[in-house]
Write a new protein. Structure first.
Length: 198
């Protein structure tokens, strides 16, 4: 049984082209999530895609503390360049701890903690995200195989575990700057994110 219900759709013109915006509701929590789709994605061919966790500070407020906004824009551009793909926008702010806790974590980082230490000090795991809903959204849209744009090995492992065949991991190394270098190095060192050239 799917953890999400498909609720609504519309066109979404963007600087990179027009996507179809599809809204889902998560059954257990009532949270809303979205998929941005371009072209045919239900034809059994591997689909270029990204699972993007909501980041208000990076996506909408242009924060330089993370690489999220840069990755979001690059992923949309990459999909548009191919003319076919999917981006899941999942409402799991701050690796699942929520916006207010994320702001508290930022304050702890201002005092010298790294991104993992800050989450743990607040009583959370380093990464609280649930990828079940992502696999269910993909299945609802007919996606079986992905070329997944990510640096996070946990996303690859989660999709594989939930029955989505990740045929390729496409690196998405964007937006490194003096404000997020320590954050990115911590993600690589403590969370296994892959930023080095392969």
């Amino acid at each position: 049984m799917s953890s999400v219900t498909r609720m609504a759709h519309s066109k979404l013109p963007t600087p990179w082209g027009t996507f179809t915006l599809i809204g889902f509701e998560e059954k257990g929590t009532g949270k809303d999530h979205a998929a941005l789709v371009m072209g045919a994605i239900d034809d059994d061919l591997p689909v270029l895609g990204r699972i993007h966790s909501e980041c208000l500070t990076g996506d909408a407020l242009f924060s330089l503390r993370c690489d999220c906004g840069f990755q979001l824009q690059a992923a949309m551009e990459n999909i548009a360049n191919e003319g076919r793909g999917i981006l899941l926008y999942v409402r799991q702010e701050g690796r699942g701890i929520g916006l207010l806790n994320k702001i508290q974590a930022y304050n702890l980082q201002d005092q010298g903690k790294d991104t993992v230490e800050a989450n743990v000090e607040l009583g959370f795991d380093a990464d609280m995200r649930d990828y079940t809903i992502c696999a269910d959204m993909l299945r609802e849209l007919g996606v079986k195989q992905m070329r997944l744009m990510t640096n996070n090995p946990r996303k690859v492992a989660a999709m594989t575990e939930f029955g989505i065949d990740v045929v390729e991991r496409v690196p998405l190394k964007e937006g490194r700057n003096p404000f997020n270098e320590h954050y990115l190095d911590t993600k690589a060192g403590k969370l296994g994110h892959m930023f080095k050239d392969e």
